[in-house]
Design a protein. Structure first.
Length: 344
């Protein structure tokens, strides 16, 4: 009997029930959901279009050779096209830096667009499980909250998020009582997960040195991904949370922590007036915890919804939410620590 990464028999009741096409909601059938969501499964017609294996282990496309082997090498252990992912990530980083250090308001607009796209991906994923999130009030709050936060400050954030929540509760009433609690609960989750965080990022950007604060926030979070990737790829042996994200290891987490603390300590000392290395190290230490938790939260949501990626907008990365998960979880903590160390 073959076991999956969680130690359950393959095809156990913990896995999604196959839909009409042999998979959840018509998706391609996978032999182990825990493996498939991290791009490591043996599949019958794999999620990324590469040949899988049959239950007996025979390749459905013959021996791995030629273009197939080259493709596997390029995708590596992550199941993604690494050069393409690096290219897209570099382009996004350049866009962030260019907008921050020319006109900060441009970055505000870029952030709102990405959060809006992420919110759309999330609500579409909910809809696949028949959860109808009230989209219009959330979209309005998603645009309004960062703008009023940047213009008027923290009081405006509280007012905007509160009005968004009230609008979600009122709007869903027009659809009747059936599923009301389910739908508004999902709507309130989106309001707290994305709308509120958008306001906090705008607050981080609001001071005169807000451009530097945003760079510290994003760079320490990205450092967690980079450090964890390389440490996990070369040294990873001990799995951190095999039932949630089988690819994560304690060695990778250690690499993330060291990289985050180094980057955080250097950037706070270099960019902020009277910045201290120890302050940046603490920010980096907090960021590695929240970035890792944010990634695990996203993995848990995708497992519950039975999907591999939230979307396909960013080649080599998946959807927008697949890149925002760590940033969303890290934003409140970095904003709070920067306010404590360097009040505005």
């Amino acid at each position: 009997m073959r076991l999956d990464d969680a130690g359950e028999p393959a095809g156990s009741p913990d896995e999604p029930v196959a839909g009409p096409s042999g998979s959840p909601s018509g998706r391609t059938h996978v032999s182990s959901l825990d493996e498939a969501l991290d791009g490591t499964s043996e599949v019958t017609g794999s999620l990324d279009g590469t040949p899988g294996t049959d239950p007996g282990g025979a390749s459905l496309a013959g021996e791995s050779s030629g273009p197939g082997r080259a493709e596997a090498k390029r995708h590596g252990k992550t199941g993604r096209n690494l050069p393409l992912a690096i290219g897209v990530g570099s382009a996004l980083g350049a866009l962030v830096l260019l907008s921050l250090y020319t006109v900060k308001e441009i970055f505000l607009g870029v952030m709102v667009v990405f959060l809006f796209l992420g919110m759309r991906e999330l609500t579409e994923a909910f809809r696949s499980r028949d959860i109808q999130v009230p989209f219009i009030p959330l979209a309005t709050g998603m645009v309004a909250t960062p703008v009023v936060a940047y213009v008027w400050g923290s009081t405006a954030v509280i007012a905007s998020v509160s009005l968004t929540v009230l609008a979600v509760l009122m709007t869903r009433m027009t659809e009747g009582a059936d599923g009301y609690v389910r739908d508004v609960t999902a709507g309130l989750f989106v309001a707290g997960y994305l709308v509120l965080v958008g306001g906090l990022v705008a607050l981080t950007m609001r001071p005169d040195d807000g451009d530097h604060r945003i760079v510290i926030f994003i760079a320490t979070t990205v450092a967690s991904d980079i450090g964890g990737y390389f440490a996990g790829s070369f040294l990873g042996k001990h799995r951190m949370a095999p039932t949630i994200s089988p690819k994560k290891t304690w060695e990778g987490f250690t690499g993330s922590a060291l990289t985050c603390m180094l980057v955080g300590g250097w950037l706070v000392w270099w960019l902020l007036e009277d910045g201290r290395v120890w302050q940046g190290v603490l920010i980096g230490l907090a960021a590695v915890v929240t970035a890792t938790v944010g990634d695990l939260i996203e993995s848990m949501m995708k497992r519950d919804l039975g999907i591999k990626d939230m979307g396909t907008l960013l080649p080599g990365h998946g959807g927008v939410m697949d890149r925002l998960d760590s940033l969303v979880a890290t934003a409140p903590v970095v904003w709070l620590l920067l306010e404590l160390f360097h009040p505005t």
